[in-house]
Ligand binder design. Structure first.
Ligand code: ADP
Ligand code: MG
Length: 242
């Protein structure tokens, strides 16, 4: 079943066209790696899924419901979202950050859920619960951001270049933690990255964006075979094929 479906999405900013007719689907349990260079429309597409951006044309369905018929606040609380910079509340402890959404949803034992989410993201709650984001390394901060996004047990997780600012070793640890967490939680994800190698590592399916359009969409394992044109060029540059 398609948990996320995008149909003919168009978004303009003045004369600039950020999305130029994008269609895609993400089935339950899959992870779509959304790849493309800066300015290709990845963030705009991601934010149309939780209605942080409203489309000019086309529509987005989440769990079969057109998102423009849903209450945006409730929709957002039902979907985990990790922004590019993590987006943690700086003057709140890690536990306050990870307990936020369970609390807003009125779930029982919000702080217990916040602690479990830290643990699942590979951070010992006894060590990290009372720390502030500024007291963490970049990799730890991104793990807290993932824990916060997952704490209420959403079935959908949206990630916007979550590991883009990390050094190579920290990044590969964070990728491994994400892969394990996603499998354990069975969450359906859209993972935005400008790095095709990272996408092929973490995602089950890949969509390559260029200038607001999908240049190619394929299961990760078929990508090297099916790539033509721009996508083949990208693969070649990434050292994945060619
Ligand atoms: P990506 O995430 O792939 O880097 P974006 O979705 O952020 O791309 O941006 C796609 C295009 O839309 C870019 O040309 C960008 O400048 C433009 N854009 C995005 N958000 C806005 C905005 N709020 N106002 C004006 N232009 C925007
Ligand atoms: Mg972006």
């Amino acid at each position: 079943m398609a948990l996320i479906r995008v149909e003919g999405a168009v978004k303009r900013y003045g004369a600039a066209v950020a999305l130029d007719g994008v269609s895609l689907r993400v089935d339950a349990g899959n992870c779509l790696g959304l790849v493309g260079e800066s300015g290709s429309g990845k963030t705009t597409l991601l934010r149309s899924i939780n209605r942080l951006t409203d489309l000019d044309e086309g529509r987005v369905l989440v769990r079969g419901n057109p998102v423009n018929t849903l209450d945006p606040v409730r929709l957002r609380r039902s979907i985990g979202y990790v922004q590019q910079d993590g987006g943690l509340i700086p003057h709140w402890t890690c536990l306050a950050n990870t307990s936020l959404v369970p609390g807003l949803l009125g779930l029982e034992n919000a702080s217990g859920r916040g602690r479990r989410a830290l643990d699942a993201a590979g951070l010992d709650p006894d060590t990290f619960a009372d720390r502030y984001p500024r007291e963490l390394s970049g990799g730890q901060r991104q793990r807290v951001a993932i824990a916060r996004a997952m704490a209420a047990g959403p079935d959908i997780l949206l990630m916007d270049e979550p590991f883009g600012a990390l050094d190579a070793i920290t990044r590969s640890e964070a990728q491994a933690a994400f892969i394990a967490l996603r499998r354990a939680a069975g969450v359906t994800a859209v993972f935005v990255t400008h790095d095709l190698v990272e996408a092929m590592l973490v995602a089950t399916h890949i969509a390559v964006m260029k200038a607001g359009r999908i240049a190619l969409q394929a299961p990760a394992e078929d990508l090297a075979d099916s790539a033509t044109g721009y996508a083949a060029e990208l693969l070649k540059r990434a050292g994945v094929a060619g």
